[in-house]
Design a protein around this ligand. Structure first.
Ligand code: NAP
Length: 295
């Protein structure tokens, strides 16, 4: 079993750590705030008070952080942990970040002969808890294969996408699809409500017809009960909408859905909904139309 060092006990990281421990790995974690330490120690992970204490003797250093700012702060600027990682450690970044940041990380590690994978994840709180994430990986294939003992316990599927950076790029492509579905179910339910349709019946049709998706079903079931309990915070959806636009603009590729998503998500975050689930985009849309989907 491997010695795994892990940084980031957010919604996603906490579930990943629990499954790595369950798989028999020796897992030590650091998180910026220590409020989640008691819960993670209960599942069998060790904790440290300073991230530099994680680096000695680790077979794997894995992290799942909020955004580019966090990755920059910890690894590229700030304490520059990246320059202190041991040469025998494989580093795996599971965060959703800009491919530019991912490339900067890769450069720092590879210039020191350290193996690095970008391995962002699809799925949300439930999939992280159940070890059922869908992970997309970029980096050297031999490193990917060596990393299977720590990737398999946290995932249902693994897709090796090719060279370094391709995992991060695939994640943004996938999140464009996620964003489009949240916006479209929001607009569809709002239109249906205004037209006097029974939303339960609308969702029954959406669950069987050739446009059905798990996102329509999941988001739809929540919003008609006014349930915005967080799985994927709206503030992170706003971040992702911006990442998709920056990524696409460098490639001169149109992403009108990401533009719309950013506008809606920003309106929600500005209205104090940033910590609610990303499905709060639907609330922004229905508020604009002056209807309540849960009535
Ligand atoms: P989260 O619950 O907000 O957790 C974010 C983690 O990053 C926390 O451990 C937080 O520490 C840490 N962090 C934030 N800023 C930091 C900084 N400046 N320095 C050090 N640590 C910092 O987010 P999450 O939902 O777990 O998401 C983690 C990543 O996975 C994100 O990139 C997200 O886009 C991606 N993702 C999320 C989902 C989802 O459904 N939630 C799905 C797929 C992918 P504190 O605890 O101290 O705040």
């Amino acid at each position: 079993m491997a010695k795994v060092s892990f940084i980031g006990l957010g919604i996603m990281g906490s579930g990943m750590v629990a499954n790595l421990v369950k798989a028999g790995h020796d897992v030590t974690v650091w998180n910026r705030s220590d409020s989640k330490y008691a819960a993670i120690e209960k599942v069998g992970a060790k904790t440290v008070s300073d991230p530099t204490q994680l680096l000695a003797g680790a077979d794997f250093l894995m992290y799942c952080l909020a955004d580019d700012v966090a990755v920059d702060a910890l690894f590229l600027k700030g304490p520059e942990l990246a320059s202190k990682v041991e040469k025998s450690t494989i580093v795996i970044d599971l965060s959703t970040i800009d491919p530019v940041t991912s490339a900067a990380e890769r450069k720092v590690y590879e210039s020191r002969g350290i193996a690095f994978l970008d391995a962002p994840v699809f799925g949300t709180k439930g999939e992280a808890r159940d070890g059922g994430l869908w992970i997309v990986i970029g980096g050297p294939e031999d490193v990917y294969k060596k990393s299977l003992p720590v990737l398999e316990p946290i995932s249902e599927t693994l897709h090796y996408m090719g060279v370094g950076g391709n995992g991060t790029k695939m994640k943004l492509v996938g999140n464009l699809l996620v964003a489009s579905q949240i916006v479209s179910i929001g607009e569809a339910l709002t239109l249906a409500k205004k037209a006097g349709l029974d939303l339960t019946k609308v969702l029954e049709v959406a669950a069987v017809a050739d446009f059905k998706t798990p996102i329509y079903a999941g988001v739809g079931a929540g919003v008609i009960k006014d349930d915005y309990e967080v799985n994927f915070p709206l503030k992170l959806m706003l971040k992702d909408a911006r990442l998709i636009q920056a990524f696409a603009s460098r490639l001169n590729s149109p992403v009108s859905i990401a533009v719309t998503t950013e506008e809606l998500a920003k309106e929600g975050v500005d209205a104090g909904m940033g910590e609610l689930n990303a499905s709060a985009i639907v609330k922004v849309i229905s508020n604009r139309a002056g209807v309540n989907l849960s009535e």
